[in-house]
Design a protein around this ligand. Sequence first.
Ligand code: JFZ
Length: 316
Amino acid sequence: KHEAVQQWLDLQFGLFIHFGLYSLPGGVWKGERITRGYSEQILSHGYLPQADYEALTEQFSLPEFNPKHIVTTAKQAGMRYLVITTKHHDGFCLFDTNTTDYKSTNAACKRDIVKDLSDECKKQGLAFGIYFSWIDWHFSEAAAISSHNSDPIPSSHQRLNIAQLTELLSNYGPMCELWMDMGAPTAEQSQEVYDLVQSLQPQCMVNGRIWNDKQDFLTMGDNQLPAVPLNCPWQTPASIYKETWGYRSWQVRGDRDEKIQELSDTARKVVQEGGNYLLNIGLMGTGAIQSFEQEVLEGIGTVLAKNPLKREQNKR
Ligand code: JFZ
């Protein structure tokens, strides 16, 4: 995988996007701010009735979803790849799939978000990657609302994951990375996903949350750098506020210029130390980029244009 690793390292800086039905309530349910947990997990932390949450599909019309603008914004920020949440813990799919009707092509927008974004990335020369949650609260045999997110994966659930990952890895062109998340798969289940990637997209790098030490690169915690130098590829995923990844309407956003400085400093440090930096935004329920986040990305682009990211000589 030597060449794939090198290509992946060259990407350096990417845009992570959390987007799904949870983007519509944006951290508020029936007028109440849900302050527990991340806003992308409002179904669980807000104790929402499953049926009410599923009804959000009727409002998921995305009048302001503009893939061209999103990819242009990422490029202008100095980013070379984009990773989208194809399925988060709620189980709602942002792609067309034969495995379920709980998907964006069946929601009000009738769009395949993964196709729209992957096509646009291809057009503008960005690499494309996918986030995929091991756990799926919507899966019939899983608890509707999981008490925690580190559950084992029943074999029927694993078959669903494999079927969906097969579709994702087959239908959207070359991918730079697969970003698995949460759950507690067995070593065999992790290996099965790794082997699937190996057979369908051998150049696609797999992150640390495939678990059981099957990864191509390690995933750090939110905004974290390794405590000691690592001699394997690694990535720092970063939320802008450290409180949520999905859109939260009432988020205290702070000073824009300080945020631009803080995040471009982290990007610089990560890349210098040999890592890849994956900075997240939470698209709004309309599909638009939230204005503070838009300005932050533009600001980072300006900073990096003057002083580009650079690896330290001896770091891979
Ligand atoms: C997970 C998800 O539960 C969350 O909703 C979001 O998608 C995020 C990117 O990934 O949450 C985690 C998991 C692990 C860490 C931080 C957030 N960690 O190890 O620091």
